[in-house]
Design a protein around this ligand. Sequence first.
Ligand code: UD1
Ligand code: MG
Length: 450
Amino acid sequence: MSGRTCLAIVLAAGEGTRMRSSLPKVLHAIAGRSLLAHVLEALREAGQTQTAVVIGPDHAAVAAEARAVLPQSQIFTQTERRGTAHAVLAAKAAFAQGADDVLVILGDVPLILPQTLTMLRSALDDGASVAVLGFRPADPIGYGRLVTKGDELIAIREHADASESERAITLCNSGLMALTGKHALAILEKIGTDNRKNEFYLTDAVAIARGMGLKTRALEVTEDEVSGINTKAQLAAAEAVLQQRLRQAVLDGGATLVAPETVFLSVDTKLGRDVTVEPYVVFGPGVTVEDGATIRSFSHIHGAHVGKGAIVGPFARLRPGAKLEENVHIGNFVEVKEALIEAGAKANHLSYIGDARVGAGANVGAGTITCNYDGTAKHRTDIGKGAFIGSNSALVAPVTIGDGAYVGSGSVITDDVPAGSLAIGRGRQTVKEGWAERLRQPKSAGKTKA
Ligand code: UD1
Ligand code: MG
């Protein structure tokens, strides 16, 4: 396949009505990435040279997603849904560049692996003009059946059009197909609508190619890789398969997952060596955890960086922009957002730290809140190195606590605190001696009954 150019056509015009959602089907996500993005990433890794995405009308968001993942992708709109071959031909203008191979791939088959796409193309290298990816689903109802004779693929019969004996075939069409660029248009333009659904079936390409004296082939992969997503249940099933793959990859990379089946990862989660993840942790997109850090149970981490040897949780929440340097401790019921927590700093209990810097070695006491929002704008809190923030303090931003300063417990800090000083901002305590005892004395004491 060396040096052969490839046009990949991604069919993403489906409305996804069975998802019962206002979101276009291919924009639903698994492991923090849209179905379409999974497919486009697989194509990128397989090294395709040109990508065309066929979208439905009013699918500007799908086009935007395609461009965000593969900026050079060409977008085509299929204005009327008249079948899979019709959808491929919506991208006809893309054929003008004369790619050697044409790969048709469905936008709702997110678990496809790059090496499988390469394998499918290699069948063209071996002399086939049309190569189809088959699989044996547990339940074949609804799928096109691959009619084979020995090694040869004779035709694809759609479920609706298949005879009883054809329906007994277990090898089914995944919907992924490779065609030689030289013959692709000639084959596609011969496809008609002579079938039950009156649609232009891409699957007819097989019989047509054979009629032209060309070779056709079927290759087989496991169901996991090519099962398409039409319902929310199938979306959840694909998520489960992908999570298994991701957990295996982080375990192979040297992370310890105490109970892997309870840890949820995103495709881009990076866990270093000797990172320990306790049961029930969720990693949203954009997380890096460096070597030797521990993520304790029930933590939710998204868009955050956790430095070497840091300890997070249990029950911690790190939101986008949280950057923990080495040996930081973020404890239970602490939320960190858009904040740099420098080396060795600690916030162990019940705090909100947002739009802030916490200097190296500082200690943020239980219940401390950075009041970063005034109802219209966000403001920053800067806590110096080695500062000590007493429990239950409210730091009203913008505010700076100098290096080594102390804030007395229960303070509301509205003015900057110079380095090395103590700030107390709370009501003074008064003591009324004997007050409680007097309160408890019976009202009638000393009186006689009438
Ligand atoms: C198709 C195959 C079937 C295969 C199955 C695998 C055909 C005729 N049938 O059937 O052999 O077993 O996929 O899942 O190809 N699409 C468009 N425009 C259209 C029609 C479809 O973009 O006009 C897109 C859909 O968004 C979807 C894909 O093509 O991503 C497949 O279409 P779908 O209607 O789901 O075909 P199936 O009946 O599932
Ligand atoms: Mg389908």
